[in-house]
Design a protein around this ligand. Structure first.
Ligand SMILES: Cc1cc2nc3c(=O)[nH]c(=O)nc-3n(C[C@H](O)[C@H](O)[C@H](O)COP(=O)(O)OP(=O)(O)OC[C@H]3O[C@@H](n4cnc5c(N)ncnc54)[C@H](O)[C@@H]3O)c2cc1C
Length: 264
C-alpha cells in the first residue's frame, strides 16, 4: 500500500471540498477500495472517509418509495423491517452479498459507485428503476451504469442516497460464484404500475435489461411466458468461472426463477 492522507469530514460540504483536491478518493466500507490499495492497483493522495456522515445512513419511506442512504450497510438493509415489509426482494439480495464482514462494512453507495460487473445491487437499482441521488443531481438507473467499474458519476461527486420505487411484485434470483458469493448471474424481475423490468448482473461487462423477457412478461407475468426465450452470447462475459454460453443459459433460468419467486 502506498502512503495516503486520511480525512474524515463532519459534513457533506466538507467532504465535497476535500474530494475536489487532486488524487482524492471517497472511502465508504472499504471492502473494495482497501484491497485494491493493498494490492497497489490504485494510488491516491487522500482518502475522504464518509463514515462520520450520519445523514448518509438509514432507511426511510417516502410516499411510494424507499429511500436508502448511501452509507447504509448491506446488513442493515437485509434486517430492516421496513425493507422486509415493502421490498423483501431487496432485503434478500442484501442478505446474499458476500459474508457477514462484507455485509456489515460494505455499503449501498460503495457497491453501486464501484459498479463491479458481478455485484448484486446494480440489478436491483436497474430492475426497480431507482434513482441515484448525489450531492449535485438525481441520476436515473438506466443512465447510471456505463461499463466495467464505470458509472455516470463525476470523480468529485458523492452519492447520498438511492430512491427505490416500491413495486407490485419483485424477486432476485442469483446463481452465485461459490467462493466469493458474487453473482455469476443475477436477475432482478419486477412488475409495477409502470410495467415490467428485468435487470441482469454478472453476465456482461455491466448490468443490462433483458428486453425479450420484459416484452413477454408485460403480456403475461408468468414463468410460462418465458418459454422459448434465448440470449445471444455476443458481448457476454466468459472467464474461468463460466463461459458465455453457460451464462446465457443461466440468465434465462434465473429469470424464470425470479418470476416464480415474485409470484409466490
Ligand atoms: C470477500 C468479498 C465478497 C464480496 N461479495 C459480494 C457479493 O456477493 N455481492 C456484491 O454485490 N458485492 C460483494 N462484495 C463487494 C461489497 O458489496 C462491497 O460493499 C462493495 O463492493 C463496495 O462497498 P464499500 O462500501 O465497501 O465501498 P468502498 O470499497 O469503500 O468504495 C468502493 C468505491 O466506491 C466509491 N464510493 C464509495 N462510497 C461512495 C459514495 N457515497 N459516492 C460516490 N462514490 C463512492 C469509492 O471511492 C470507491 O471507488 C464483496 C466484497 C468482498 C471483499
Amino acid at each position: 500500500m502506498y502512503d495516503f492522507a486520511y480525512l474524515k469530514p463532519a459534513s457533506l460540504s466538507d467532504a465535497a471540498n476535500q474530494l475536489a483536491s487532486p488524487d482524492s478518493k471517497l472511502l465508504a466500507g472499504g471492502m473494495s477500495l482497501i484491497p485494491s490499495l493493498k494490492l497497489r492497483l490504485n494510488r491516491y493522495a487522500t482518502l475522504v472517509d464518509l463514515g462520520a456522515l450520519a445523514d448518509l445512513k438509514g432507511i426511510r419511506r417516502e410516499g411510494d418509495a424507499l429511500v436508502i442512504g448511501a452509507m447504509t450497510p448491506h446488513a442493515e438493509v437485509a434486517a430492516s423491517d421496513e425493507v422486509l415489509t415493502v421490498l423483501p426482494a431487496l432485503a434478500s439480495l442484501a442478505e446474499g452479498i458476500g459474508d457477514p464482514l462484507v455485509r456489515n462494512r460494505g455499503t449501498l453507495g460503495g457497491s453501486i459507485a464501484n459498479a463491479d460487473p458481478a455485484a448484486d445491487y446494480p440489478a436491483a437499482v436497474v430492475g426497480l428503476g431507482a434513482s441515484v441521488i448525489t450531492n449535485r443531481r438525481t441520476i436515473t438507473a438506466d443512465d447510471f451504469f456505463k461499463g466495467v467499474f464505470e458509472t455516470a458519476l463525476q470523480p468529485d461527486e458523492i452519492i447520498t442516497a438511492v430512491r427505490f420505487p416500491i413495486p407490485k411484485r419483485a424477486a432476485y434470483a442469483k446463481y452465485r460464484q461459490p467462493a466469493s458469493r458474487f453473482a455469476l448471474v443475477g436477475v432482478f424481475a419486477v412488475q409495477s404500475a409502470n410495467g415490467v423490468r428485468v435487470a441482469v448482473t454478472g453476465a456482461a461487462p455491466s448490468v443490462f435489461r433483458l428486453a425479450a423477457a420484459e416484452a413477454a412478461l408485460i403480456k403475461r407475468f408468468a414463468v410460462a411466458a418465458l418459454d422459448g426465450i434465448t440470449l445471444d452470447t455476443e458481448g457476454l462475459n466468459s472467464d474461468i468461472h463460466a463461459s458465455a454460453e453457460y451464462r446465457a443459459h443461466a440468465v434465462v433460468e434465473m429469470t424464470k426463477r425470479a418470476v416464480a419467486a415474485a409470484l409466490k
